[in-house]
Design a protein around this ligand. Structure first.
Ligand SMILES: Cc1cc2nc3c(=O)[nH]c(=O)nc-3n(C[C@H](O)[C@H](O)[C@H](O)COP(=O)(O)OP(=O)(O)OC[C@H]3O[C@@H](n4cnc5c(N)ncnc54)[C@H](O)[C@@H]3O)c2cc1C
Ligand SMILES: *[C@@H]1O[C@H](CO)[C@@H](O)[C@H](O)[C@H]1NC(C)=O
Ligand SMILES: *[C@@H]1O[C@H](CO)[C@@H](O)[C@H](O)[C@H]1NC(C)=O
Ligand SMILES: *[C@@H]1O[C@H](CO)[C@@H](O)[C@H](O)[C@H]1NC(C)=O
Ligand SMILES: *[C@@H]1O[C@H](CO)[C@@H](O)[C@H](O)[C@H]1NC(C)=O
Ligand SMILES: *[C@@H]1O[C@H](CO)[C@@H](O)[C@H](O)[C@H]1NC(C)=O
Length: 501
């Protein structure tokens, strides 16, 4: 089935698009390092630098001090030691899809450790595990694991890197079944701020293992993860339903969905998101329910019946059933291959809201929210979509993990709602009105109780978020600060939203 039959246009177009020391001094210093002399490195002004330092989000324009392409953990260690010597921050980049160009340091003057040479994937069929090096993209991982009949939970877009997923979360439609990407990690090979090459697991360096899974780029540069893989489901269906609703209908719809996912004994094989986009006419909202179903198709309708009995009939529906690999290809927009076409870019601002299961979004907040989307949203100077991803509900593997087990603190969320708006044409400049729209009534917290315990998702990282320490890390933040002091006392891995000492 062609991806165009899914009614999540923005999501799919996203997948399809997709200092103090002079450069010469840095080069000279690097040349002095032995055995680091052979490390491939690109400096400002050199051929290829613009390409090597191009962010996914063109809202940012950062100039790193250097972009290095190491081929071993030892070379990464050499680069980190060099960064220490010349007083530059060092930062890892995997797939380069950070929303705020944190893979380039999130500011000017960092030394970027580009992991593209770390491409190996080794599958252990007997143990059901895989060792995945950090330069891999999600598309390549799906293909490699599916060849062994295995799968891993992660996002849908093939060009996103495993690096950002492995250190911050990693949500996909199999996450209610299998957890976040970080929940599958058994051990992490990494290089510390002082250049030490080490491993973190439950047994080895458990504090570091905690910190790496949720706040990883503040603590080390991961070179590989050993993950638990899962048997690929024999049948998977990618489904999509579409409605055109007035604001008040959309509010009732969301409310009905919210109580459905809270009260139903939903199987973990149900992965879904509500997708909101501008309506066909001012006053309306386009509403989609899209997701993956990893049980036989016959059982999907029965599962959703109590919900469908209470909402208007969809204008359209599509179902694409096949094996697990087929479902991943569908979600990727038609191809998992990341080698033949160049990666895309966008110019956008995004923010997120993780809603507590214990305190659903109120009717009043939903009414105001949908009214704004149907009116202000219709006239917004940006192309936008909102996705309410289902993290919780009964039987969710994400919420089965204790909130103190990993740095990823928000283990009682119902939805992770992403608000994403792009400039027209997806090129700079990003209009000021795009910030106003997302900052304003495009999201519900304004109408919620003052003590509402909501959060935000580190992989939808937001450069304009106040109180991010609490929203991202909740009660884990004090422990992370102590660990930052222990593992990075000099502040080598420092970028906007890095853990503060
Ligand atoms: C088109 C698109 C679709 C997306 N879809 C999803 C989705 O379905 N589900 C989801 O959960 N998220 C999704 N995301 C968000 C995505 O998970 C984050 O942007 C993620 O951080 C990107 O990882 P990256 O390696 O590509 O990015 P990078 O920019 O390379 O890295 C992101 C951050 O991780 C750090 N990092 C990278 N590699 C390492 C490493 N080896 N060691 C330590 N730190 C490292 C970087 O320093 C940076 O801070 C999507 C993003 C985009 C742009
Ligand atoms: C940019 O870098 C990528 C990855 O190394 C490479 O495939 C591509 O050819 C480069 N593009 C240009 C214009 O140099
Ligand atoms: C970062 O460097 C770029 C390119 O040199 C420059 O355009 C930009 O203004 C710099 N940003 C800051 C915050 O200094
Ligand atoms: C707006 O939504 C209403 C309610 O479903 C629908 O009847 C109407 O056709 C929609 N308008 C357009 C232009 O789609
Ligand atoms: C499930 O319901 C949809 C309509 O919502 C219908 O098109 C489809 O045929 C049904 N599938 C099965 C297997 O009953
Ligand atoms: C590097 O840092 C780690 C973690 O703090 C520490 O255990 C180790 O002794 C340090 N190594 C050196 C050579 O300082």
């Amino acid at each position: 089935m062609r991806p165009s039959t899914l009614f999540i246009p923005h999501l799919l177009s996203l997948c399809a698009l997709i200092g103090s020391v002079l450069a010469q001094d840095l080069s000279a210093l690097l040349g002095q390092e032995d055995p680091g002399a052979d490390i491939s490195i690109v400096l400002p002004g050199q051929t290829g630098f613009a390409n090597a330092s191009r962010p996914f989000n063109l809202r940012f324009d950062f100039e790193p001090a250097a972009v290095a392409f190491p081929t071993s953990a030892q070379e990464i260690s050499d680069i980190i030691k060099l960064g220490n010597k010349v007083n530059h921050n060092v930062v890892a980049r995997s797939g380069g899809h950070s929303y705020v160009a944190n893979g380039l340091g999130g500011k000017n003057g960092s030394i970027v450790v580009d992991l593209r040479n770390f491409q190996k994937i080794t599958v252990d069929d007997r143990a059901g595990t895989a060792v995945i090096e950090m330069g891999n993209r999600l598309g390549d991982i799906v293909t490699a694991l599916a060849a062994h009949g295995r799968g891993l939970p992660h996002g849908t877009c093939p060009y996103v890197g495993i690096g950002g997923h492995a250190v911050y979360g990693g949500f996909g439609f199999t996450s209610r079944l299998w957890g976040l990407t970080i929940d599958t990690i058994q051990s992490i090979d990494l290089v510390l701020a002082n250049g030490t090459v080490t491993t973190a697991s439950e047994k080895l360096n458990p504090d570091l293992f905690f910190a790496m899974r949720g706040a990883g780029s503040s603590f080390g540069i991961a070179t590989a993860i050993t993950v638990k893989t899962f048997p690929a489901p024999p049948t998977a269906t990618i489904f999509s339903y579409n409605w055109q609703l007035t604001a008040s209908e959309a509010a009732a719809f969301f409310s009905t969905y919210q109580s459905f996912v809270l009260t139903t004994n939903l199987p973990p094989e149900f992965g879904a998101e509500i997708v909101l986009t501008p309506g066909n006419v001012q006053g309306n909202v386009t509403v989609g329910l899209a997701g993956g179903w990893y049980l036989p198709i016959e059982r999907l309708n029965a599962t959703l019946k109590p919900f469908f009995d209470r909402v208007p009939p969809p204008r359209a529906a599509s179902f694409d059933t096949g094996d697990y690999l087929h479902s991943a290809v569908n979600l990727a927009g038609g191809s998992l291959d990341t080698s033949s076409a160049p990666d895309g870019t966008d110019t956008f601002y995004a923010k997120s809201l993780m809603t507590p299961e214990a305190s659903p979004i109120s009717e009043r907040a939903l009414a105001a929210w949908m009214n704004t989307l149907a009116n202000e949203g219709f006239n917004a100077p940006v192309g936008w979509f909102i996705q309410a991803e289902l993290f919780g509900g009964r039987n969710s593997a994400i919420n089965a993990v204790k909130s103190t087990a990993t740095a990823f603190a928000r283990r009682t969320s119902l939805f992770t709602i992403q608000f994403y708006a792009s400039s027209h044409g997806n090129v700079p400049p990003y209009p000021a009105g795009g910030f106003t729209f997302l900052d304003g009534k495009s999201q519900p917290p304004l109408y919620l109780p003052a003590n509402w315990d909501f959060g935000a998702y580190t992989n939808y990282i937001d450069d304009r978020l106040a109180n991010w320490q609490k929203l991202y890390y909740a009660d884990n933040y004090p422990r992370l600060r102590r660990l930052k002091d222990e593992f990075d006392p000099r502040g080598v891995f420092v970028f906007p939203t890095s853990i503060q000492r």
